[in-house]
Design a protein around this ligand. Structure first.
Ligand SMILES: [Zn+2]
Length: 256
């Protein structure tokens, strides 16, 4: 709304159109909305985004629990550390950055550093055709640059506030802008469910450039949050989930 207003003001004042994009904090060239930049057109929007359409291991997927293969999988060891809260609205989601202080996730002998986490509503991955109301994606990177994303499903439970989310949402930036730092310390372990059993599969980033080679881990146990907490997020991002992508030849493994 504000952007449309700003744009029409500039056109009225005769300011060249392309300087409008330069003025923006981030240049948006893709969207979750219907139209020219819709998810089914991401692959055509830029030569850098072709894998969004051509890739065979795209995320998110639907997990068919009856077809998941129970396997001996390593336990997830979350070795997170307390960090000062740094939060941003990047125009596509609310994101919390760890600035290399967030600690790590150990998966067997693989070690991944927590780099950021962010939310989507509704959840992107679905299980047996059902999407949770929201998901938080914890993004980790190993020394070789490989990404491992852990999905934590959020189920709306009426009045029951999620205390960890309450700390974040209290300072949620309504408008897109630079990251904001607070003195508040957060412990990202407080976001996790008690049970760490999971599904795992090969996938991609769920936003352009949709790069593949991402290790996906979806925790089976959901955590709860309140209807008001869901509403507060949806007032800023009413729908920021990519549609479900074809599974193709991939297998989903299950830890139990
Ligand atoms: Zn995500």
């Amino acid at each position: 709304m504000m952007k449309k207003l700003a744009l029409s003001m500039m056109l009225l004042l005769g300011i060249p159109f392309n300087s409008y994009a330069d003025m923006q904090h981030h240049h948006h060239d893709w969207s979750y909305e219907e139209g020219e930049q819709a998810p089914d057109k991401w692959g055509k929007l830029s030569p850098k985004y072709t894998v969004c359409a051509a890739g065979k291991e795209q995320s998110p997927i639907n997990i068919d629990s009856s077809k998941a293969i129970t396997s001996e999988l390593p336990k997830l060891q979350f070795e997170y550390t307390k960090i000062p809260l740094q939060i941003e609205n990047n125009g596509h989601t609310i994101q919390i950055n760890t600035n290399h202080q967030g600690g790590k996730l150990q998966i067997g002998d693989e070690s991944y550093e927590l780099i950021q986490f962010h939310a989507h509503a509704p959840a992107e991955e679905s299980v047996d055709g059902k999407r949770a109301e929201m998901v938080v994606h914890l993004v980790h990177k190993n020394a070789a640059g490989k990404l491992a994303v852990v999905g934590v499903q959020f189920e709306e439970q009426g009045d029951t506030e999620n205390p960890f989310l309450a700390t974040l949402w209290k300072v949620m930036p309504q408008q897109e802008g630079d990251p904001v730092k607070f003195d508040t310390q957060i412990d990202v372990k407080d976001l996790l469910p008690a049970d760490h059993n999971y599904y795992t599969f090969a996938g991609s980033l769920t936003t352009p450039p949709c790069s593949e080679g991402v290790k996906w881990i979806v925790l089976k146990q959901a955590v709860s949050f309140s209807a008001a907490q869901l509403e507060q997020f949806k007032e800023v991002f009413h729908h920021n989930a990519r549609p479900i992508q074809p599974l193709n030849d991939r297998k989903v493994l299950s830890s139990n």
